[in-house]
Design a protein around this ligand. Sequence first.
Ligand SMILES: [Zn+2]
Length: 129
Amino acid sequence: MAGPNAEKLAEVKERLLERKRRLWQEVKDQLRSNIGDGYQEMLSTARDEEDQATVSLLAETQLTLLGPKRQELEAIEEALQRLENGTYGLCESCGQPIEPRRLEVMPETPFCRACMSLKEKLAKAAAVR
Ligand SMILES: [Zn+2]
Protein backbone atom coordinates (compact mmCIF):
# COMPACT_ATOMS: atom_id res chain seq x y z
CA MET A 1 0.00 0.00 0.00
CA ALA A 2 1.46 3.36 -1.03
CA GLY A 3 1.62 6.27 1.36
CA PRO A 4 -0.04 9.62 0.73
CA ASN A 5 1.06 11.32 -2.51
CA ALA A 6 2.84 14.67 -2.74
CA GLU A 7 -0.32 16.65 -3.37
CA LYS A 8 -1.98 15.08 -0.34
CA LEU A 9 1.09 15.76 1.80
CA ALA A 10 1.10 19.44 0.83
CA GLU A 11 -2.56 19.63 1.81
CA VAL A 12 -1.85 17.94 5.14
CA LYS A 13 1.01 20.33 5.82
CA GLU A 14 -1.26 23.29 5.17
CA ARG A 15 -3.87 21.89 7.55
CA LEU A 16 -1.29 21.26 10.26
CA LEU A 17 0.20 24.74 9.92
CA GLU A 18 -3.25 26.31 10.06
CA ARG A 19 -4.13 24.30 13.17
CA LYS A 20 -0.82 25.29 14.73
CA ARG A 21 -1.45 28.99 14.06
CA ARG A 22 -4.89 28.76 15.63
CA LEU A 23 -3.63 26.87 18.67
CA TRP A 24 -0.86 29.40 19.25
CA GLN A 25 -3.41 32.18 19.06
CA GLU A 26 -5.56 30.42 21.66
CA VAL A 27 -2.51 29.83 23.82
CA LYS A 28 -1.55 33.49 23.64
CA ASP A 29 -5.08 34.59 24.49
CA GLN A 30 -5.12 32.20 27.41
CA LEU A 31 -1.75 33.43 28.64
CA ARG A 32 -2.96 36.98 28.45
CA SER A 33 -6.10 36.28 30.48
CA ASN A 34 -4.22 34.04 32.95
CA ILE A 35 -1.50 36.44 33.93
CA GLY A 36 -2.98 39.57 32.48
CA ASP A 37 -1.35 42.92 33.09
CA GLY A 38 1.63 41.61 35.04
CA TYR A 39 2.87 39.73 32.03
CA GLN A 40 2.28 42.62 29.68
CA GLU A 41 4.21 44.85 32.03
CA MET A 42 7.08 42.39 32.23
CA LEU A 43 7.17 42.14 28.47
CA SER A 44 7.33 45.86 28.00
CA THR A 45 9.92 46.44 30.72
CA ALA A 46 12.15 43.49 29.88
CA ARG A 47 15.26 45.19 28.64
CA ASP A 48 18.32 43.04 29.13
CA GLU A 49 18.82 39.35 28.50
CA GLU A 50 18.22 38.35 32.08
CA ASP A 51 14.79 39.92 31.96
CA GLN A 52 14.10 38.16 28.71
CA ALA A 53 15.00 34.85 30.34
CA THR A 54 12.57 35.54 33.17
CA VAL A 55 9.85 36.32 30.70
CA SER A 56 10.40 33.12 28.75
CA LEU A 57 10.58 31.11 31.96
CA LEU A 58 7.27 32.60 32.96
CA ALA A 59 5.82 31.77 29.55
CA GLU A 60 7.21 28.25 29.84
CA THR A 61 5.55 27.81 33.23
CA GLN A 62 2.28 29.02 31.86
CA LEU A 63 2.61 26.69 28.89
CA THR A 64 2.75 23.67 31.14
CA LEU A 65 -0.59 24.78 32.57
CA LEU A 66 -2.04 24.71 29.10
CA GLY A 67 -1.84 20.91 29.05
CA PRO A 68 -3.89 19.50 26.18
CA LYS A 69 -3.24 22.44 23.87
CA ARG A 70 0.46 22.12 24.43
CA GLN A 71 0.34 18.38 23.79
CA GLU A 72 -1.52 19.00 20.57
CA LEU A 73 1.01 21.61 19.53
CA GLU A 74 3.81 19.14 20.18
CA ALA A 75 2.00 16.44 18.21
CA ILE A 76 1.58 18.87 15.32
CA GLU A 77 5.22 19.85 15.53
CA GLU A 78 6.25 16.20 15.34
CA ALA A 79 3.90 15.54 12.45
CA LEU A 80 5.45 18.47 10.55
CA GLN A 81 8.84 16.96 11.31
CA ARG A 82 7.73 13.63 9.85
CA LEU A 83 6.46 15.45 6.76
CA GLU A 84 9.93 16.94 6.39
CA ASN A 85 11.82 13.67 6.64
CA GLY A 86 9.36 11.66 4.61
CA THR A 87 8.02 9.33 7.27
CA TYR A 88 4.64 10.99 7.55
CA GLY A 89 1.71 8.57 7.42
CA LEU A 90 3.68 5.66 8.83
CA CYS A 91 2.91 4.37 12.29
CA GLU A 92 5.73 5.23 14.70
CA SER A 93 5.13 2.05 16.59
CA CYS A 94 4.75 -0.71 13.96
CA GLY A 95 5.93 1.12 10.81
CA GLN A 96 2.80 0.26 8.84
CA PRO A 97 0.90 2.95 6.90
CA ILE A 98 -1.71 4.70 9.05
CA GLU A 99 -5.27 4.34 7.74
CA PRO A 100 -5.97 7.31 5.36
CA ARG A 101 -9.35 7.91 7.00
CA ARG A 102 -7.68 8.12 10.38
CA LEU A 103 -5.19 10.69 9.05
CA GLU A 104 -8.09 12.60 7.58
CA VAL A 105 -9.63 13.01 11.04
CA MET A 106 -6.39 13.34 13.04
CA PRO A 107 -3.62 14.48 10.68
CA GLU A 108 -1.17 14.79 13.59
CA THR A 109 -1.51 11.23 14.88
CA PRO A 110 1.76 9.24 14.99
CA PHE A 111 0.09 5.82 15.42
CA CYS A 112 -2.17 3.53 13.40
CA ARG A 113 -5.51 2.55 14.88
CA ALA A 114 -4.33 -0.81 16.20
CA CYS A 115 -1.30 0.63 17.98
CA MET A 116 -3.32 3.54 19.36
CA SER A 117 -5.99 1.32 20.89
CA LEU A 118 -3.27 -0.91 22.31
CA LYS A 119 -1.64 2.15 23.88
CA GLU A 120 -4.96 3.34 25.25
CA LYS A 121 -5.60 -0.05 26.79
CA LEU A 122 -2.15 -0.05 28.39
CA ALA A 123 -2.67 3.49 29.69
CA LYS A 124 -6.01 2.50 31.18
CA ALA A 125 -4.52 -0.62 32.76
CA ALA A 126 -1.73 1.50 34.24
CA ALA A 127 -4.24 4.02 35.58
CA VAL A 128 -6.24 1.34 37.39
CA ARG A 129 -3.22 -0.07 39.10
ZN1 LIG B 1 0.94 0.73 14.27
